[in-house]
Design a protein around this ligand. Structure first.
Ligand code: PEP
Ligand code: MG
Length: 588
């Protein structure tokens, strides 16, 4: 039966593929394809792990028999019997084999895929006793997965850097006849980075808002995605056909042939449009009236410098360094590791400037997704510069690494979420200290331009104070909107109120740009507003000449710039900002 699910449009384009449901708790299971001649050994690997678990349970049961007070252990013995029974379950075994032989999934992926199928059936059972057996099944599968973890797949073990991740490896695998789309209740930003190396054609999550970091990474990958689709992961079944319409924020599940044809056509149209955009790749970003505009890239990893250069970015306006710090079980990167990462980005940009933003963890970017921030209001808590200043040794390490990278090319240093004069002074003092530490050990380092992110209304209202200390400002509209409108950017329940065109937001953005221009200081926008082609003319009209966005958005924005005449946009943009209904005023 065909049905649709609505969510938040995150990343443009259409993806059509089979659903791969991944429970968030099993996100750390490796996903890759095997080849036809590896099917046998993969099934054997699973069989061996299962037999080992059967033996393990047998040993526990025997141990229980020898213990005094046999009756006390009756319940545990019965439970282990249930586990043994589930391990022999025909549906589990045959289903897993099918995923391996027909879909060429690796054993762990096949096992968790079949777990999802059976878990659904348990959920639908009337009998509460039977329904509760789902937990037993999950425990049994966990035991088998644990066994397999000790026995790596001989056929396609994940690379160390990707171990346990979401990678889907096509190398040496036969091309499957259809693409795959990932459906999950939630994905952390760190999961998304793993996802970058996979070839899922699109993804859907139940939770999340448009500017959550999960959505931002999706946009950087330029694959169709929908977040905040609420019950999608419950409604969609493993292997269902799914169309993801990333422009409309809609999913169509088990589409009819007519719908499939229509969306396949739309998909091709989108591809043609993108190819057309490539033609302006080398065209300088200059408006009709000769205003030069700087188009910079937002990156998450040093390797992202390559796509940034490919689309003609003239520098990196935002390197979100926190992705180097995530998913490492508390083992933060040391100075050497950070220095090499920043240096790779600097060298990757071949002499163009790189803006290294100091670490911004907290809120929806926990260091480790198993350790979510359980403070009451994490977005208002110890995140970004607040966290850095509370961990001065960590912050000094990062500053030293960035200063050393500056010895290899142009580096700007950007401080996130700063709002208080006291924070500014501490940053200055720690930066001087980091330089001194490098001098003391005669380490080579270079000069940096220092910038602050304007992300908190308080900062947008005290721009002159910031300009006394900083060389440039960068407006982080994602957070500026969140904090101005009191809307958690991650919460899909209030995502309809997250409005870049709210008059208050526009006034703060316009004011920041105007004050910087008046003092001849550089100002950029690096939040998602910069990459939205529908807002390019407005930002140009407000005087913005530096935009930083994901490489995948640069050409669309450039197209708007090439068509714009800033002389005509100035008065119009002011009228939009002064309107009670800017969205309507923009249409005039
Ligand atoms: C922003 O807040 O606009 C921004 C660019 O920073 P981040 O999205 O990483 O919070
Ligand atoms: Mg921010």
């Amino acid at each position: 039966m065909t049905f649709s699910v609505h969510g938040q449009a995150v990343s443009r384009g259409i993806a059509i593929g089979r659903a791969v449901l991944v429970a968030s708790s099993r996100m750390d299971v490796a996903h890759y394809f095997i080849t036809e001649d590896q099917v046998r050994s993969e099934i054997d690997r699973l069989r061996l792990a299962r037999n080992a678990v059967v033996e393990e349970i047998g040993r526990v049961q025997q141990g229980l028999q020898g213990l005094p007070g046999k009756d006390a252990h009756h319940e545990l013995t019965a439970l282990l019997d249930v586990h043994l029974m589930l391990l022999q379950d025909e549906q589990l075994q045959s289903g897993v084999k099918q995923w391996i032989t027909e879909r060429h999934y690796n054993a762990e992926w096949a096992l968790t895929s079949q777990l999802e199928v059976i878990a659904r059936q348990f959920d639908e059972m009337e009998d509460p006793y039977l329904r509760e057996r789902k937990a037993d099944l999950e425990q049994v599968v966990e035991r088998v997965l644990r066994q397999m973890r000790g026995v790596a797949s001989p056929v396609a073990a994940p690379l160390p850097s990707q171990a346990g991740g979401l990678r889907v490896d096509w190398e040496e695998a036969e091309a499957p006849e259809s693409q795959l789309v990932l459906i999950a209740h939630d994905l952390s930003p760190a999961d998304m980075l793993q996802f970058k190396q996979s070839v899922f054609a699109g993804f859907v999550t139940d939770v999340g808002g448009k500017t959550s970091h999960t959505a931002i990474v999706a946009r950087s990958m330029d694959i169709p995605a929908v977040v905040g689709a609420r019950t999608a992961s419950q409604l969609i079944q493993q292997d269902d056909w799914v169309i993801i319409d990333g422009d409309a924020g809609v999913l169509i599940v088990n589409p009819s042939p007519v719908l499939l044809t229509e969306y396949s056509y739309k998909q091709r149209q989108g591809e043609v449009e993108r190819e057309r955009l490539w033609r302006i790749k080398n065209t300088p970003a200059v408006t009709l009236d000769g205003e030069r505009v700087e188009l910079l890239a937002n990156i998450e990893q040093p390797e992202d410098a390559t796509p940034a250069l490919a689309v003609g970015a003239v520098g990196v306006g935002l390197f979100r360094t926190e992705f180097l710090f995530m998913g490492r079980n508390g083992q933060l990167p040391d100075e050497e590791e950070q220095y090499h990462a920043y240096r790779r980005a600097v060298e990757g940009m071949h002499g163009l400037p790189v803006t290294i933003r100091t670490v911004d963890v907290g809120a929806d970017k926990p260091l480790d997704h198993t350790r979510r921030d359980d403070h009451l209001n994490p977005a208002l808590g110890l995140r970004a510069i607040r966290w850095s200043l509370s961990e001065p040794a960590m912050f000094l390490t990062q500053l030293r690494a960035a200063l050393r990278a500056a010895g290899h090319g142009k580096v700007n240093l950007l401080i996130p979420m700063v709002a208080h004069l006291g924070e500014i002074r501490q940053v200055m003092q720690l930066l001087a200290q980091a330089r001194q530490q490098l001098d003391d050990r005669a380490a080579v380092h270079g000069p940096v331009r220092l910038g602050a992110m304007i992300e908190v209304p308080a900062s947008a209202m005290t721009v002159p104070m910031f300009l006394k200390y900083f060389d440039f400002l960068s407006i982080g509209t994602n957070d500026l909107i969140q904090y101005t409108l009191a809307i958690d950017r991650v919460d899909e329940a209030v995502s309809h109120l997250y409005d870049p065109l709210h008059p208050a937001v526009l006034k703060l953005v316009a004011n920041t740009i105007a004050e910087c221009r008046a003092q001849g200081k550089g100002v950029s926008v690096c939040g998602e507003m910069a990459g939205d082609p529908a807002l390019t003319r407005l930002l140009l009209g407000l005087g913005l000449r530096s935009f930083s966005m994901h490489p995948s958005q640069i050409l669309q924005v450039k197209q708007q710039i090439l068509r714009a005449d800033t002389r005509k946009l100035r008065a119009w943009a002011q009228a939009v900002v002064n309107s009670d209904e800017p969205a309507l005023a923009m249409a005039d």
